[in-house]
Design a protein around this ligand. Structure first.
Ligand code: SF4
Ligand SMILES: [Zn+2]
Length: 333
């Protein structure tokens, strides 16, 4: 189906195809990042997506037209019969009506009926008013019991880390409430975790992810862990340039996955590079590829065998885990 919206279709910010694991199967997935007016929160220390926003005035084109034109481009270049899953991101929240007006959301749902949709949003936009109509439209013509997963970047179950090191602006209880609401409406829940934000040591980062996976798995059906990367034009980049931040070691990522009580997917974006999770440069490629393979296959033995790899940097990582000290921030004013 091609929506006849605009003679000149606008491209989304990004759109690509890849394999994903879902319910013990490997499925073809289309990922779309829609260009919108941008994130309503706009304050997270590590986020550069928030800078990606279209101007709301000037061209005579409405926000609805911008979005429908992007949808039209997607359907033309990626016909829906070629994939089963669609992951939808914006430069903020899919269920924020300011970013994606409800009429456009319904058009997106009708374009992808029968598909499995994973849509990212902040928890405050998960309400029955936003979820139910979208879900009902998605179910038309399809027979999936759960065609929608609300994906939320809860990042950690530790409120202090989320507030002081990420500046995310919501509490773990807000995520839990939104997860309950999504489930009540008949949607599933996906949680994104952020490994090693600013101001935590390597040891604290590992501990935080291990406890977060345990806590989040009580509320989320799917968990994806993102090792933090240094994105351009962020507060995190400023600290990184001062030598005050290092992305996590890939050894740490492995150690978290090794002990996870549930399957956690992980795509180490920027893996092996100085702005992404990295070891010494010699062992990185094999570990990054192994983590990607594990995300698809859920083969826990693969993680165990990667942990057994011999490389000189493993001693360095063990030393850092033991000796790195936290920066102290004043607890009072
Ligand atoms: S991480 Fe999400 S909530 Fe935070 S500023 Fe970026 S887009 Fe907004
Ligand atoms: Zn190494």
């Amino acid at each position: 189906m091609v929506l006849m919206i605009s003679a000149q279709n606008e491209r989304p910010l990004s759109c690509w195809r890849a394999k994903e694991r879902h319910e013990n199967r490997i499925v073809e997935c289309l990922t779309i990042i829609f260009s919108t007016l941008g994130c309503a929160w706009n304050k997270c220390l590590m986020c550069s997506y928030r800078h990606e926003r279209v101007a709301s005035q000037g061209s005579g084109t409405t926000q609805e037209q911008h979005l429908l034109s992007q949808l039209s481009w997607v359907l033309e270049h990626h016909p829906p019969d070629e994939y089963e899953m669609v992951k939808i991101f914006t430069s903020g929240s899919f269920f924020d009506p300011r970013e994606i007006p409800p009429s456009v959301r319904q058009r997106i749902a009708s374009a992808f009926t029968g598909k499995l949709i994973i849509a990212e949003t902040r928890p405050e936009f998960v309400t029955s008013d936003t979820i139910v109509p979208f879900l009902e439209e998605l179910k038309e013509g399809g027979n999936r019991s759960t065609p929608l997963f609300c994906a939320m970047g809860v990042e950690t179950s530790n409120d202090a880390i989320r507030e002081k090191c990420i500046r995310k602006g919501f509490l773990f209880s807000d995520f839990v409430d939104a997860a309950k609401c999504a489930k009540k409406c008949g949607a599933g829940v996906k949680a994104y975790l952020l490994m090693k934000p600013l101001f935590v040591t390597e040891r604290e980062a590992v501990k935080d992810m291990k406890s977060s996976i345990r806590d989040v798995s009580r509320h989320a059906d799917l968990i994806s862990m993102n090792p933090c990367t240094v994105q351009a034009r962020t507060d995190l980049e400023w600290f990184w340039r001062q030598g005050a931040y290092r992305p996590t070691y890939l050894w740490s990522v492995l150690s978290v996955l090794k002990d996870a009580p549930v399957h956690v997917t992980c795509d180490p974006v920027g893996g092996g590079r100085k702005r992404g999770p990295h070891n010494c440069g010699t062992c990185d490629n094999e570990i990054v590829q192994g983590i990607r393979d594990y995300s698809l296959t859920a083969d826990h033995d693969l993680i165990l065998s990667l942990m057994e790899l011999e490389c000189g940097c493993k001693n360095e990582w063990e030393f850092i885990l033991e000796q790195e000290m936290p920066f102290c921030m004043p607890l009072t004013r």
